[in-house]
Design a protein around this ligand. Structure first.
Ligand code: KIV
Length: 273
């Protein structure tokens, strides 16, 4: 079986991620939202599991990430933490749990950490939320930033197209990236921005920069697990590489089960007591 085998079973820490950047070793990151998937993802050698608020789309069928609640993120976080033996587990702070003010942000962050036992949290934004980021980090909670396309702000953008193509937005993104590093973030996700801009940010920052639709000259890559496994149908942005076609595999298996039940072929004599 082709794949990535690692005999390094030490738990990945934020410090290890920094060392990986310094050594030029790329960081692998995927989302997971449930125990069974996270067990497979962790066992396959992933460095970071993101319990993304994309659970709102992937698990609950919402059109945006906005409706998912703090309680729901904690539920997904707990399920993934139970499965992850090696990977660092990062949980997304959901929309509405930190944008109000730093105290609200720190209270939400503490709840997620206490109840899910995650290793770290991620939130979206730069200058606008920098006081909140500092406050959460000062409570001892590792934070990963997220700039570029920020799905929690979709109602402001009105579109999921590539961000920071214009100079003014690109310069703000670079400033925000530096502010997040100075605030003490241990890493940064850059979503759907020009590859050259992402490469510049990764070069200027000393913390790891993980891209999604941000080209190859960054310190690592993240994808949504259901997309890269081909479970989701009809979502095919340019940056997505599909490593399997589970939609077809699962549809075929379920179709055969349906016909075996209908025909009486399942269960057979060996499949009963
Ligand atoms: O929620 C999520 O899955 C994410 C990734 C797309 C980075 O934030």
């Amino acid at each position: 079986m082709a794949g990535y085998i690692t005999d390094d079973t030490r738990k990945v820490t934020t410090h290890r991620l920094l060392e990986m950047k310094q050594k030029g070793e790329k960081i692998s990151m995927l989302t997971s939202y449930d125990y069974t998937t996270a067990q497979i993802v962790d066992g396959a050698g992933i460095d970071v599991i993101l319990v993304g608020d994309s659970a709102s789309n992937v698990m609950a069928g919402n059109v945006t990430t906005l409706p998912i609640t703090l309680d729901q993120m904690i539920y997904h976080g707990k399920s993934v933490v139970r499965a992850a033996k090696r990977a660092l587990v990062v949980v997304d702070m959901p929309f509405g749990s930190y944008q109000g003010n730093p105290l609200e942000g720190v209270a939400s962050a503490i709840r997620i950490m206490k109840e899910s036992h995650a290793d770290a949290l991620k939130l979206e934004g730069g200058e606008e939320i920098i006081d909140t980021v500092k406050r959460i980090i000062s409570a001892g909670i590792p934070i990963m930033g997220h700039l570029g396309l920020m799905p929690q702000s979709i109602n402001k953008y009105g579109t999921y197209t590539v961000r920071a193509k214009e100079d003014a937005e690109a310069e703000k993104l670079v400033r925000d990236a530096h502010l997040l590093e100075e605030a003490g973030c241990f890493g940064l996700v850059l979503e759907k921005i020009p590859a050259r801009l992402a490469a510049r940010v990764a070069k200027e920052l000393s913390i790891p920069v993980i891209g999604i639709g941000a080209g190859g000259d960054v310190d690592g890559q993240v994808l949504v697990v259901a997309d890269m496994l081909g479970m989701t149908n009809g979502f095919s942005p340019r940056f997505l590489r599909r490593y399997a076609d589970l939609h077809t595999v699962m549809t075929d298996a379920i179709g055969r089960y349906v016909s075996d039940v209908k025909s009486g072929d399942f269960p057979n004599e060996k499949e009963q007591y």
